[in-house]
Design a protein around this ligand. Structure first.
Ligand SMILES: [Mg+2]
Length: 105
C-alpha cells in the first residue's frame, strides 16, 4: 500500500470505530499525536520492551505506529495530501546544505 492508501484505510477504521462520530478540534487531534510520542518516550525510559499488543515489535515501534496512524487519520479527515507533502518536503530537505547551514539541531 502507498501512503494515500494507508491514509484512506486507517481513516475508514477510525470512522468504523466511532472516533469521528463527533467533531474533533484540530488542536485535540494534534495533541493526541503528541501523546503517542510521549508514550514512545516512556517506552524508551523503561528500556523499550516488547509491545503487549503486537509482540513482534517493541513498544517504541508500536507508539510511533500509533502516531503515524493518527497523522494519516487526520490527513484523511482534512483531505490533506500527506503523500505529496512528504515527497515534496523530503526533496526540499535533500536540497538543503549540510546541517541546513548552521543549525544546531
Ligand atoms: Mg499508543
Amino acid at each position: 500500500m502507498n501512503i494515500s492508501d494507508w491514509q484512506r484505510d486507517v481513516h475508514e477504521t477510525a470512522r468504523e470505530h466511532g472516533w469521528w462520530d463527533r467533531s474533533r478540534s484540530t488542536g485535540e487531534v494534534l495533541m493526541l499525536m503528541v501523546t503517542e510520542l510521549a508514550e514512545a518516550m516512556e517506552a524508551y525510559r523503561i528500556g523499550n520492551p516488547p509491545s503487549e499488543k503486537i509482540p513482534r515489535f517493541t513498544q517504541i515501534e508500536e507508539e510511533l505506529a500509533d502516531c503515524l496512524i493518527r497523522m494519516l487519520d487526520f490527513a484523511a479527515a482534512e483531505g490533506l495530501d500527506l503523500e505529496g507533502a512528504l515527497a515534496a518536503k523530503a526533496a526540499y530537505n535533500a536540497s538543503r546544505p549540510y546541517r541546513h547551514g548552521d543549525k544546531l539541531a
